[in-house]
Structures are given as structure tokens and as C-alpha cells.
Design a protein. Structure first.
Length: 344
């Protein structure tokens, strides 16, 4: 049976706590690890409440514990006096001494401290500013250019689980889709390409014979309602997004969770990056392509932009993006034997 230094051996299937408390994209990149470890561990996932909408499709055999960690808020995360202390104590009690192993792929001392508080016997992670004190197995950090998926792959290696390299991952079998899904939203405004550019792109692709469906965030619907020439669906739930993705053969959008979810479902993606670096967070699909944000001395700024407008993404012109997107769709349609006008 699986064993590591400082961990008690057992003839029973060990228990594993996986901590991924951040956004949709972060969880999507962790799901291959969760799926792989579930074959040899009883896995408990600690994640935000939205994970419940993904459970049945992606990790049905995993126990889910939901928690909105206050330190994951975009603003005022360090106002400790406003943290839900009672909820945190109840969470610790719920997880206390229930797991043989606990892992986190982030270099986050708060998550390492939480792992220690749960009393997990073997705690694996990438230490930062002294957080190795809370880990029984500190793991040497990967290069700064390493993709987040590689951190999960490194943790899997420590647990004697094999995860393929990004370019070696098998794409899920799925029916050919009917349309290009364009998603115009993102978790932060710094990651949103101007909506007018998306409208120009959608009209251009439609004129080429592609069927185009636009998903937008709820706060963007008023802008899109000014135009009656495109089909626009506001994304209200993850279940709705998943339903829309099932009929897509390609995805185009910002550096955000929906793109990572599309790749996880086997849909090729084209990502318009802004403040983040593609080598760190490109969706994990072999046909994933992108256009990188404009140079900025503060990249990656993790969405805390130093300027009034995020020039790294707003300065990407439609003329720059369009040839790359056309090449992407040509690759996708060739590989799927899908041509414009088919399945419409």
C-alpha cells in the first residue's frame, strides 16, 4: 500500500484530503489529479460551493466539503476580524484526524496551516516563507514557468500515482459539436477583452459560415442586448455552461474558468490572455492555442492592475487576434473533419 516518510502504513485504502479553494479554472486543473487519486484513495475535496455543480460529471466518487475561504477574496482578504471564525472552527472539527494524507498545489502557507490543523498524518505541499513547518513532506518548488497542472502532477508522483504530461493527456471522446462557443466573461475585469472586439469576431466567423453562440456573464447582458444580430446566452449557472459546452466544437474566450472547463470536456480552446502568463495557465488541451497579452513590467499582476485600464488585454486588436483564431479553427476543423456550414 502507498506509504511516505512520516506516514503510518496501512493495509486499508488510505484517505486523502485535496485542498483547492480558489476559482473554477484552478479546480478544473486539479480535476485530473482528483480523478487519478480516486482509484487508490478515499478522496475528500475541500473546495468552493460551486464545485457541487461539477461533482456528478467529473468526480462522482469523491466526498465534497465546501468552504469559502476568506483569504481567497479579491479584496479585504486580510481583514481577519471579519473572517467567519465559527465556520472555520467547525470545518476543522469536521476534517480533524479524518485523513491519512493532505495535499495542496499552491505555495500558500494558509493552506499548509489548515492542513496541519486538520491533523492529517502526511501533509504534502510546496513550502513558502516557513510553511514547511506545517508539512511532513515539503516538496521542492518547480520552476517559476511551470504550469499549475505540473504541480498537481508532482504531487501525484509523491503519492505513487502517474499523471501524463500536458501534451500526452488523452482527449475525452465526445460527439462532434455544432458551433463555436465564445465566452466573453471572466472573474475579474482585468481579464476581459473588449466586448466590441468579441462582437466583431463573432460576426466575422458567422460570415465565414460558422455557427456562433455567445455566452456572457450576467453583468454583460445589457451590453449585448443592444444588438439583435447574434445569439447571446447569459451564463447563470455552471450547469448551464456545461450544457452549452456539450454542443460546441471549439471554445474562444478570456483567460478564465470556462476555458479550462471546456478543455477538461475535450473541447479545443483559444484563449485571449491579459495579465497572466500562458505558460502558467493555458487550458490543458493538446489543441489549445492563445494570443498573449501585451508586455507589461508588472506581469503577472494577478489582476491587481497598476493602470486605469488593463492595457495588456485592451490593446490586443481584432486585427492581431483574428489570424490566430482563424488558424486555430482551421486546425480544429481539420482534426475533427468539421467544415464551416456542417452540422448547422
Amino acid at each position: 500500500m502507498v506509504s511516505l516518510p512520516n506516514c503510518q502504513k496501512s493495509n486499508m485504502k488510505p484517505t486523502l484530503l485535496v485542498i483547492e479553494l480558489w476559482g473554477l479554472g484552478d479546480l478544473a486543473l486539479a480535476i485530473p489529479f482528483i480523478q487519478a487519486t480516486s482509484t487508490q484513495y478515499h478522496v475528500t475535496l475541500l473546495a468552493k460551493p460551486f464545485a457541487a455543480e461539477l461533482q456528478a460529471l467529473f468526480f462522482p466518487n469523491t466526498k465534497l466539503v465546501t468552504f469559502n475561504a476568506p483569504w481567497t477574496a479579491f479584496r479585504n482578504k486580510y481583514n481577519v476580524w471579519n473572517w467567519p471564525i465559527k465556520t472555520i472552527l467547525e470545518l476543522i472539527q469536521q476534517l480533524r484526524k479524518k485523513n491519512d494524507f493532505a495535499v495542496s498545489a499552491r505555495r500558500d502557507p494558509r493552506e499548509h496551516f489548515l492542513m496541519w490543523l486538520t491533523g492529517a498524518k502526511c501533509r504534502l505541499g510546496f513550502p513558502r516563507i516557513g510553511s514547511n513547518l506545517f508539512l511532513t513532506k515539503p516538496i521542492k518548488d518547480l520552476p517559476k514557468t511551470a504550469h499549475r497542472y505540473e504541480h498537481w502532477r508532482r504531487l501525484a508522483q509523491e503519492l505513487k500515482i502517474t499523471l501524463p504530461k500536458i501534451h500526452e493527456r488523452l482527449v475525452p471522446n465526445r460527439p462532434s459539436g455544432e458551433y463555436v462557443l465564445i465566452h466573453t466573461g471572466a472573474g475579474q475585469p482585468t481579464r476581459i477583452w473588449p466586448l466590441e472586439n468579441y462582437r466583431t469576431l463573432a460576426l466575422h466567423l458567422r460570415n465565414q459560415g460558422y455557427q456562433v453562440v455567445i455566452n456572457c456573464d450576467q453583468n454583460q447582458i445589457n451590453w449585448w442586448q443592444k444588438y439583435a444580430d447574434l445569439k447571446v446566452i447569459p451564463t447563470q449557472t455552471l450547469s448551464q455552461l456545461i450544457s452549452n459546452l456539450k454542443n460546441a466544437f471549439a471554445f474562444i474566450g478570456n483567460d478564465s474558468g470556462p476555458g479550462h472547463l471546456a478543455a477538461l470536456m475535450g473541447i479545443p480552446t483559444f484563449t485571449i490572455f491579459g495579465p497572466q502568463l500562458p505558460q502558467l495557465f493555458l487550458p490543458i488541451h493538446p489543441n489549445a492555442q492563445y494570443i498573449e497579452g501585451k508586455p507589461c513590467p508588472y506581469k503577472p499582476c494577478f489582476d491587481y492592475c497598476k493602470f486605469n485600464t488593463p492595457k495588456c488585454i485592451t490593446n490586443i486588436t481584432i486585427d492581431e487576434a483574428l489570424p490566430k483564431i482563424q488558424n486555430f479553427l482551421q486546425v480544429v476543423t481539420t482534426s475533427q473533419q468539421h467544415t464551416p456550414g456542417t452540422n448547422l
